[in-house]
Write a protein that binds this ligand. Structure first.
Ligand code: BGC
Length: 252
């Protein structure tokens, strides 16, 4: 019997949602999205999430909620690109109230990385992998032999006197209207620093912009192997549902 769970990926600009067949590791139907309410406070976000869930086929079982912050013991602990009212908020409890079912609350890059390592660009890869997501910010997920070291925040590593995500995210590319070369000059500096600090066997580059990998790959300079994310901007939704399936295995 196939097992279908709802995955939700909250971003600074959009909230995405989809139904995931967790055995097949793929979306059932389309990925839908709605603009993130502004201000993006916890309560303000719940009607948008309920609206997205209502537009999708009904699913039973837990929900996975990927979120752009450090999540420790079920609570958001940071809020770089989201309303500060989230700090300390229990995302799983909010979802339980809104959608009337259990939820697993986790960092968005960790969720995307889990999807890539289980089923995508990192499938079967042993050794050390650094997954980086380029979007409103830069998210990171570190893996060793497929096991996650959660809540790394390498988008906040200092680069040229600022948070690296303020220097090299996809949002910065759009805001400063950087062409591929100008943006890759910045990404290369960032990857260089990651390389010097972590020496991974593989980098996986994710976020919606990874769908344009063919355009910027010739400009990449990196000692380690670099692969584009297989699931592009679906990875967060997929990974959130996969993580919820693992966390609630046998309960629904
Ligand atoms: C947040 C991370 C998040 C990343 C990508 C950063 O600003 O601090 O927790 O993973 O953005 O959304």
């Amino acid at each position: 019997m196939s097992h279908k769970l709802l995955g939700i990926d909250v971003g600074g600009s959009f909230i995405k949602a989809g139904v995931v067949d967790v055995e097949a590791g793929s979306l059932v139907g389309e990925l839908i999205s709605a603009p993130t309410p502004q201000p993006s406070a916890p309560e303000a976000m719940m009607p948008t999430i309920a609206g997205l869930a209502a537009r999708l086929p009904a699913t039973a079982g837990a929900v996975g909620l990927a979120f752009p912050a450090v999540v420790k013991s079920g609570r958001a602990r940071t809020a770089a690109n989201i309303d500060h009212a989230w700090i300390g908020a229990d995302g799983a409890a909010l979802i339980r109230r809104t959608l009337d079912r259990d939820a697993l609350f986790l960092n968005d890059a960790d969720a995307a990385g889990l999807a890539e390592m289980r089923l995508g660009a990192g499938r079967g890869v042993k050794g050390s992998v650094v997954m980086l997501t380029f979007g409103t910010g830069i998210g990171s997920a570190l893996f060793i032999d497929g096991r996650l070291f959660p809540n790394t925040e390498l988008g906040h590593m200092e680069l040229n006197g600022m948070d690296s995500e303020k220097y090299a995210s996809a949002h910065v590319k759009a805001m400063l209207n950087l062409d591929w070369r100008a943006w890759m000059d910045r990404v290369n500096v960032y990857l260089d620093r990651m390389q010097a600090l972590f020496w991974p066997d593989l980098f996986i580059l994710g976020g919606a912009i990874s769908e344009r990998f063919a355009d910027f790959a010739p400009l990449l300079h990196c000692e380690a192997e670099v692969r584009p994310a297989h699931f592009g901007n679906q990875a967060g939704v997929l990974g959130a549902a996969l993580a919820a399936a693992e966390a609630y295995a046998g309960t629904g």
